[in-house]
Design a protein around this ligand. Structure first.
Ligand SMILES: CCCC/C=C/CC(=O)SCCNC(=O)CCNC(=O)[C@H](O)C(C)(C)COP(=O)(O)OP(=O)(O)OC[C@H]1O[C@@H](n2cnc3c(N)ncnc32)[C@H](O)[C@@H]1OP(=O)(O)O
Length: 394
């Protein structure tokens, strides 16, 4: 029920006046389009095209497609209204019912038009899919630059506090793979805006695939394992420039970095229990080693938020700088590091890190498998619903 609620809320959030948005353009198209009629063949082609869309068109578009399909094939909605707790079916019923007495032929035409516009918009945004050689501007969620021997990967969703959505996970993996092969000596991860990162984007939980929440959790675990694996295997010195508060996975990953420089404005918070979740990013292994098991439990189990000074005292942060001089001091230092012989740095990192790699991959696999189960728990679903319905913030 919680997941159904999530999907429903998301549809509402993207389309607050969903009934008007669904019905209004449809009726307008009907008025303007008396001369145009999609054939049954066009309709069938459009149905096949939907299955081939490279990106998920989102809940709002899916609701419109559903409503138009039902109207085109069955006519006006004559089903009984689903109960108030049957949230997904109620959202679908609302969308269909809002089409009123729209003629079947018009619904068919509108369905074909909608699929055509979705295909072209999703096609053009997929031109920067992983696999192609991206320049900095090719990223949707990152700014990646390379100069003075430093590749800088900047998380770039400042209005969302740099929350990591699915696209950002993929783009970071792509940027790390590219940085591991480019001619820079060191790689830096930082955030744009006032946050370093608010961790996993909680709306990632709302986009449920046809296989349901189990498939969603399985896909999430696969993505997470691959994502964390890229940090474990990264061959060059990897440095975090923590410009502001860090939450969740953006904190746990720090245990896999080679140096962590933080502004004194930064905080470090892993509220996994509050979210019904469990530690990831290999933190169940790295944190107890870095800061002692008891201190790790305070953070990872009880969700204690550390200041930058406390995180430095615990060994998670290398050094803290006053916010007013943070950028200047850190980048001066990094530019000096980047002038050191790159092969020597790479080999030294290898000898320090390599004997732990196998262990880290095993920990990563175990953490992902535990999280997969957690994501299906009532505790987790309720926490996500509460955040999305703005009942709770950290
Ligand atoms: C597939 C791999 C999965 C790996 C799993 C990882 C686990 C984790 O990372 S757990 C950590 C998850 N993160 C959170 O729980 C943080 C949730 N966010 C908040 O509590 C607050 O937003 C904040 C304390 C970070 C900031 O509060 P503040 O009042 O300053 O700003 P807001 O108005 O809340 O935020 C602005 C804007 O950004 C959206 N947003 C921020 N963080 C997230 C997030 N993690 N997920 C989704 N959206 C986020 C927030 O909703 C606002 O959006 P709108 O302007 O559209 O309302």
């Amino acid at each position: 029920v919680a997941m159904a609620y999530l999907a429903w809320r998301l549809a509402q959030r993207w389309c607050p006046s969903s009934l008007q948005v669904i019905s209004f353009p449809v009726v307008q198209l009907h008025l303007n389009r008396t001369a145009m009629r999609a054939s049954q063949k066009d309709f069938e082609n459009a149905m096949n095209q939907v299955k081939l869309l490279k990106k998920d068109p989102g809940n709002e578009a899916k609701l419109k497609l559903y409503a138009l399909y039902k109207q085109a094939t069955e006519g006006p909605c004559n089903m009984p209204k689903p109960g108030v707790f049957d949230l997904i079916n109620k959202a679908k019923w609302d969308a269909w019912n809002a089409l009123g007495s729209l003629p079947k032929e018009t619904a068919r035409q509108n369905y074909v038009d909608l699929v055509s516009s979705l295909s072209s918009s999703l096609e053009s945004s997929s031109q920067v899919e992983p696999g192609t050689d991206r320049k900095s501007t090719g990223y949707e969620t990152l700014m990646v630059t390379s100069e003075d021997g430093i590749t800088k990967i900047m998380l770039n969703r400042p209005t969302k506090k740099n929350a990591l959505n699915v696209e950002m996970y993929h783009e970071i993996m792509h940027a790390l793979k590219a940085a591991s092969k480019d001619d820079s000596a060191i790689t830096v991860l930082t955030g744009n805006g006032d946050y370093y990162s608010s961790g996993n984007d909680l709306t990632n939980f709302t986009d449920i695939p046809p296989g349901g929440v189990e498939e969603k959790a399985k896909n999430g675990a696969i993505l997470l394992r691959e994502f964390v694996g890229c940090f474990i295997d990264f061959p060059k010195p990897l440095i975090a420039v923590v410009n502001g508060p860090a939450v969740g996975i953006s904190v746990t990953l720090l245990g896999l970095f080679d140096a962590v420089y933080a502004s004194d404005r930064a905080t470090f918070h892993t509220p996994f229990s509050h979210l019904g979740q469990s530690p990831e990013g290999c933190s169940s292994y790295t944190f107890p080693k870095i800061m002692s098991p008891a201190k790790a439990i305070e953070m990872l189990v009880f969700g204690k938020k550390l200041t930058a000074g406390e995180a430095c005292a615990q060994g998670l942060v290398t050094e803290v700088f006053p916010d007013s001089t943070f950028q200047k001091e850190v980048w001066t230092r990094l530019k000096a590091f980047a002038k050191l012989p790159p092969n020597a740095m790479r080999i030294s990192k290898e000898i320090i890190r390599n004997r732990e790699k196998e262990k880290l991959h095993a920990v990563n696999a175990e953490e992902c498998s535990v999280l997969q189960g957690r994501w299906l728990s009532d505790e987790c679903m309720n926490a996500v619903v509460n955040f999305l319905s703005r009942k709770s913030k950290l």
